[in-house]
Design a binder for this molecule. Structure first.
Ligand SMILES: [Zn+2]
Length: 103
């Protein structure tokens, strides 16, 4: 069994735990909410569920931080589209996202 498998099982168990015990969202559902959260499009209830998960789950905190950084850089690129994009940025960002994203 690889580390990746173990992490996957841990996340799966955590998902079961969150769903059955706390009736909260899983990490996968959390990821689906990230974009709406950053755009302020979640309902009050969705946002409180989202933020609750954020408090108890370090992996998703890391994921959100990486996601936020990407979105901010994306906006910076759009707002200064005449400026050349630094060559080392995209690869690092993709890696940061991939590193925090495990299925
Ligand atoms: Zn999570």
């Amino acid at each position: 069994m690889t580390n990746q498998h173990r992490t996957g099982i841990r996340r799966w168990l955590k998902g079961l735990f969150l769903k059955r015990v706390h009736r909260m969202i899983t990490c996968k559902e959390f990821e689906a909410f990230v974009l709406g959260y950053l755009d302020g499009e979640l309902s009050n209830r969705q946002r409180s569920v989202f933020e609750w998960h954020l408090r108890i789950c370090r992996e998703c905190r890391d994921y959100l931080a990486a996601y936020r950084r990407t979105v901010e850089l994306g906006r910076a690129v759009v707002s200064s589209s005449k400026e050349p994009v630094a060559e080392d940025v995209p690869e690092d960002l993709i890696k940061a996202i991939l590193d925090t994203r495990e299925y």
